[in-house]
Write a protein of this length. Sequence first.
Length: 123
Amino acid sequence: MTGSSSSRTPEPGHLRVTVEGRADDVLRFPGVTLRPLTLRSVFVATPEVVEYQVRQTARGVHAAAVVAAALDRAGLADRLRTALAGAGLPDPVVTVETVTAVPVDARTGKAKRFLSLAPGTAS
């Protein structure tokens, strides 16, 4: 992990390591737990996208993408929709917008790539 650190706690017979770094939110839908890799793999296969942020919605996701070249937003939305459906989310709703930047944490300077809904929240 870039920018991560680790430490060892020596104990006889046991190796314990803790790793600190970025941990992306898991997106939870009724009956489906979606790991970020499901969508991340779509983004890394889209060379036009240089940075992104995915915000969970009630029935799918909204993706904000910083691009280096013209982006087929409908095509990206279709690929994300296919990934969500393949993970078990029925009839996912996906929107994609291009942005000039994604928000970063003031303390770390890093973007949070996946934002889950708070429990009981509908968007």
